[in-house]
Write a protein that binds this ligand. Structure first.
Ligand SMILES: NC(=O)c1ccc[n+]([C@@H]2O[C@H](COP(=O)([O-])OP(=O)(O)OC[C@H]3O[C@@H](n4cnc5c(N)ncnc54)[C@H](O)[C@@H]3O)[C@@H](O)[C@H]2O)c1
Ligand SMILES: O=P(O)(O)OC[C@H](O)CO
Length: 335
């Protein structure tokens, strides 16, 4: 339980971190919010103008300037809750100077939808093994929710998962607003892996669109993807879960079909013939699924789940296989 603890440090300077700051600030529960980002110029801009210059720049940031800085250690030290929001690929880099002692006694929230490269661990596992954070002190924010729609205050639903359901409910109470509704879950593995996989399936969706498949095929692709997702999370963490819930199916649908999806946009460019590097350069944003599909290949060596959609995306992105041929081969395996 958090009880009187209510100093929150948000770690990361992208779209979702900005949206999380907005939700926390708009929520009426009394709290103090701190914000770390690595970019000094962006911090200076925020101090002067109260807007993030690079992401969701229309959102007004209602924090005192002194609460926003590039000094991660200091901001973590004073926090009761640390909310992580850098892409998984850069988490180790961001945490380079942070020790388990710095996080001792704190609750850690992950709004990241990715796997830590090289470790091949979801965020809960990584924090547990490298920083000693127990699943009862760990919270995941997930669900079908794009930062861009939070900025517009469009009604959105989030799932808050933790080993401690009371803690999950208490944290949910800190982000509920007129436009954010929450539900709680104890399925950390399913919630994290579901979010990781849906990013890969959104890349597949974008690739298919890019090479010319239509809506009819997309629907079959996503129908197969949710079954693949279920096979995988059941293999990794077999509990009784309903894969049709918003945290799993809902998140897959929004990412696979939304105009705001980074992963779908990235996949679409790959389908149209961009190289990985040129597609990444074209986007100011990060497609987590690119990093995740490589990690998933490693993780699945242990579970050996049949994952034709992930395999096709991996072959295209990491083995430089032709999107046209891989998608044609994949189409033969779908039903
Ligand atoms: N955007 C959303 O709607 C949304 C929703 C839910 C979850 N998430 C998750 O939030 C996390 C952050 O994604 P985002 O959408 O806010 O990012 P983004 O694509 O909006 O921004 C990219 C972020 O990555 C950082 N970055 C880029 N290169 C870097 C580097 N070399 N080293 C360190 N940091 C670097 C940038 O500073 C920026 O903060 C991801 O795990 C994503 O899956 C995003
Ligand atoms: O939906 P995308 O492709 O923008 O991915 C970013 C986050 O993972 C959203 O859930």
């Amino acid at each position: 339980m958090l009880k009187q603890k209510k100093k929150i440090t948000v770690v990361g300077g992208g779209s979702w971190a900005t949206a999380n700051i907005k939700m926390l600030a708009d929520n009426v529960t009394e709290k103090e919010i701190f914000w770390w980002m690595r970019n000094e110029q962006a911090v200076e801009h925020l101090h002067k103008f109260n807007h993030n210059p690079h992401y969701l720049s229309s959102v007004e940031i209602k924090l005192p300037p002194e609460n926003i800085s590039t000094n991660l250690k200091a901001l973590i030290q004073q926090a009761d809750i640390v909310l992580l929001n850098v892409p998984a690929a850069f988490l180790k880099e961001a945490f380079a100077g942070i020790t388990p002692a710095d996080l001792a006694g704190k609750k850690v929230v992950s709004a990241i939808k990715g796997i830590v490269p090289d470790e091949n661990q979801i965020i809960g596992e990584f924090l547990n093994q490298h920083y000693g954070i127990s699943f009862n002190d760990f919270i995941v924010i997930s669900g079908p929710c794009h930062a861009e729609e939070v900025a517009l205050e469009k009604l959105s639903y989030l799932t808050i998962a933790s080993g401690d359901l009371e803690l999950a409910a208490e944290f949910a109470g800190m982000i509920n607003t007129r436009y954010i509704k929450t539900n709680v879950s104890d399925d950390i593995y399913g919630t994290e892996y579901g979010a990781v996989l849906k990013n890969v399936y959104a890349i597949a969706s974008g690739i298919c669109h890019g090479v010319g498949y239509g809506d009819n095929f997309q629907a079959v692709l996503i129908s197969n993807a949710i079954r693949e997702l279920e096979r995988f999370v059941d293999a990794v963490h077999p509990i009784n879960r309903d894969i049709k819930e918003s945290a799993y199916l809902g998140d897959l649908l929004v990412t696979a079909y939304s105009q705001f999806s980074r992963n779908r946009t990235f996949g679409n460019m790959i389908g149209k013939g961009y190289t990985v590097t040129s597609a990444q350069l074209e986007m100011n944003m990060i497609a987590e699924g690119y990093y995740a599909v490589n990690c998933l290949q490693q993780v699945n060596k242990q579970y050996k789940v049949n994952m034709p959609v992930c395999d096709a995306v991996y072959a295209i992105l990491y083995q430089k296989r032709s999107p046209v041929i891989e998608m044609r081969n994949l189409a033969e395996k779908l039903s």
